[in-house]
Design a protein around this ligand. Sequence first.
Ligand code: ADP
Ligand code: ZN
Length: 811
Amino acid sequence: MFVDVIIPLAVEGFFTYSVPPRWQEVVREGSLVAVSFVGGKRYTGVVHRAREEAPAGIVVKPIDRVIEEGFALSATQLRFLLWMSDYYMACPGEVTRAALPVAMRVESRTCFTPGAPAPADEEIDEGERRVLQVMQPGKYLTVAEIEKLLGGRDPIPAIKTLLDRSLVTIKEEVDDLFKPKRERVVRWARPFSEEALHAWLDRLPPGQRALLGRWIDHVTRERLDSLPVASFRRLIGPSEAALKGLRDKGILQIVAEERSRVESGDTTARPLNVLSREQQRALEETRAWFNTRDAVLLHGVTSSGKTEVYMHLIRETLDRGRQALYLLPEIALTVQIVKRLRRHFGEHVGIYHSGMPDAARVETWRKQNGPDPFPVMLGARSALFLPYRDLGLVIVDEEHDPSYKQTAPAPRYHGRAAAVMLASFHGAKVLLGSATPSFESYRHATTGKYGLVRLLTRHGEVSMPRVVLADMADYRRRRLMDGIFTPPLRDEMARVLGAGEQVILFQNRRGYSSYLRCDRCGEIPRCKRCDVSLTYYKQQARLVCHYCGSIRPLPPACEACGEGNLVTRTPGTERVEEEVTRLFPGARVARLDMEAVSRGRSARSIIDRFEAGEIDVLVGTQMVSKGLDFERVKLVGVIDADALLSIPDFRVEERAYQLLVQVSGRSGRAGERGTVVIQAHDASNRIHEWIARGDYDAFYRVFAGERELFRYPPACRLIRVELRHAREETARRAANALADLLREELQQRLSGPAVPEVGRIRGEYRLHLLVKTDGIASLSRLKTFIKTSTAGLLSRPGFKSVRVIFDVDPH
Ligand code: ADP
Ligand code: ZN
C-alpha cells in the first residue's frame, strides 16, 4: 500500500511513501503522517490519496507513522485545501502550512535518546563516545541541544553511525503533538462514607483533624471533589505537615489532572435580545433569500443591529443541529463580539485565530474532531481550516475589510471568497454583513447572484451622525488653522470634552511625521534597502522603515547637505496625540496603532480602558475604525482625509469610503446624535458628499461604473505576477522575458512589466505583470499556462535565482 503525501513546504506536487503493514488499517485520505523528506528532515504530511502501486522508477520510503486520528483532515477539509491551492496558485504544501497549527506540522525537531547499551566489544570512536556521554537514558534531546552540550561540535555524523547500530534511538517530535496541560490537585484518595470520616476525625492528631475539617467544609459547600494545590494552600491551610499526614494515611492524595487550554464561556446563557421591527424584517428577508440563494449580503448601516440578526440566525442553525462559523477580519479588536456571543451561547462558543497560543489551537482542532465540538466558532480567517462536522451557516462580518486578504506568505487567499467556497462544500449558507459592502459582494447582490437585505436605520431611535466637512485649504489660507486642527474640529472637541464625553481622532499614519525633509536642500531621508522615505518617531528620536523595519537614530542635521534642518511633514498619530495634549492639557489621551500595540500595551487593554471611561481622546489608525461599539463617543475627527485618497490603487476610493464611513460609525452609537468632522484639503471631492448623505448606492454607481469601463474588479478578475531579484537588471530582464512568453497568448490582457509603488523592498527589486482574466473561458487553464511559462523562464540560465510570486485577486 502506498500514499501520496502533501509535505508542508513550498514544493509542487505530492510525494509517494509506502505504508508498513501496522499502519495500513488506520491510514486514510486526510491522515497526518510523519515522514522523512529530503536530507532526512522530518515533517508532518497530509495523505492526499492512497494507492495500490508506487510510480515506477522511484525509490519509495516508508512513512514513519500515522498520527493520532484526532488530527486527521476530513474529506471536506482536504477538498478545501486543494481548492485553495488550485485557485490561489499556491503549492498544496503552502496551504497545509497555513491550515495546520505549528505544532501539528513541526519539522525535524527529531529527538534522540541512548539505545541499547553497547556490547563490551563494540568499537566506539571518540565522536560517538562524546555524544553518548552527554545523553541520558529516558531523556530526549534534539540535535541542537546535543550540539550545545558538546560545546558547538556537530553531533550529526556520530548520531548517524550510532543510530545504525541502535546505540541511539530516535523519536519524532510528532509524539509531542498533543501534550495535555496538567495541574496538580488535592483530592480524596478514595471514596469515604460519612461514618468513616467521623471515625477518622476522632482519631486524628489536632493539626490533621483541623485541616481535614476545613477540607470537608469547603468541598461540601463548593461541591468539589478536587482543588488545585495552590488553592488548597490558600483556602484550606498552608500546613504541609498536616497535609502530609493525611496523604500518608490514604485520606487525601495529590495527583496531576488534565486541564483544557480551550477557553470557554460560562454556562449561564441569557436569552437573545428581542429584535426591533426592522431587524425582524431583515431576519425574515434573509431566511427567505436562503431558500433560493446560497449567500446573502446584509447591507446595514453602522449600529443597525447586524450582530443581533447574526445571533438569531446562529441560534436557528444550532437548533437544527448544525454548526455556525462567525468570521471577523481581526480578532484582536473584537473582544466585544466575543463577550456578546458568550452572553447568549455561553460555553458553546469556541475561538480560533493565529494570535492564540499554539497549544490552544491544537487543542481546539482536536476538540472539533472529537465527540463534542463547539457548535459556534468565532475566528479570523484561519478558522476556515478547522474541522467542522456539519457547517450550516457562515457569517462574514465586516465583509469589506481588506484584512480578510492574506497578502503574504502564500496562499494569498481572501477569507471572504474562501468562506463562500467552504460553505458550498458543506451545503451551508453564507451571510456577508457590512455598512460599506465590498464592490465584489455588492455586484453579486445587485445582479442576483446573492440575496440583498438592507437595514438602513440605527437601532433604538439613534440618528446617524451629523457629518461636517472642514476645508483645510481654506482655513490655512485664512490662517485659521490651530496646528493640525481646523476651528470646527477644535471647537467640537472642546464642547464634547467639556460635556465629559469621548472623542476618537483618526489619522491613518503611524509615527510623528510620515517623512522628514531638509529645509535647505529638500533631501528626504530614505531607507537604504527599500524605495521609501523613512517615518519619523519623535519620542524615540528615530527614523523607521515601515517596509523592512530597519531603524536609524535621527541625524542631527541633513545628511545630504550637512547643514539643513530636517523638518516634519504629514503628521502621524504620535503628532496628533501631542497636539491634543497641547490644546487640551487636561484630557486623557491614548493611542491605538500598530506601534502602541507592539510596544506592550495590547489593543484589548486600550479598548477596555476607553470603554471604562479612563481615556477621553483615542487617537488611532484604521484600528479605530473596526466594529467597535462605544456608548459615549460623541465626536469622531478625521485629521486628513486626502491622505486616504492619494494612494495609487484602483480600489482607493472604495477603501477611503469604507474607512471614513466605518470610523464615522463610531460616533453617537447610543443616546444623543453624534458628530463627525472630516478635515480635507480637497473638500470638493464628491466622495465627501456621499459620505455625508450616507448614499452608498450613488457612490457605488459612479466608481463601480468606472471600474467596469476599464475592466477592473469586480468586472473581471486579476492575477498579479511579481518578479523579485536583488539585481535590478536581472529583475527587469526576467520580467520582460516572462511578459513576452505570456503576451503571445494573452495579448491585450497582459499589462506590464510595471514598477509597483515601492519598487524595492529589503534590497530586492520588484516588477509586476498584471493579467486581466476578462473573457477567458477556463481560469484553471490560464493559471496552468502562467505557471508553466514561469517554470520555463526560471529554468533559463541567469534566471534561476529570480523569485516569482502569484497573487490571484490581489489587493
Ligand atoms: P451593528 O452590528 O450593525 O454595528 P450592533 O448589533 O452592534 O450593530 O448594534 C448596535 C448596538 O445596539 C449594540 O450595542 C446592540 O447591543 C444594540 N442593539 C441592537 N439591536 C438591539 C436589540 N434588538 N435589542 C437590544 N439592543 C440592541
Ligand atoms: Zn526598508
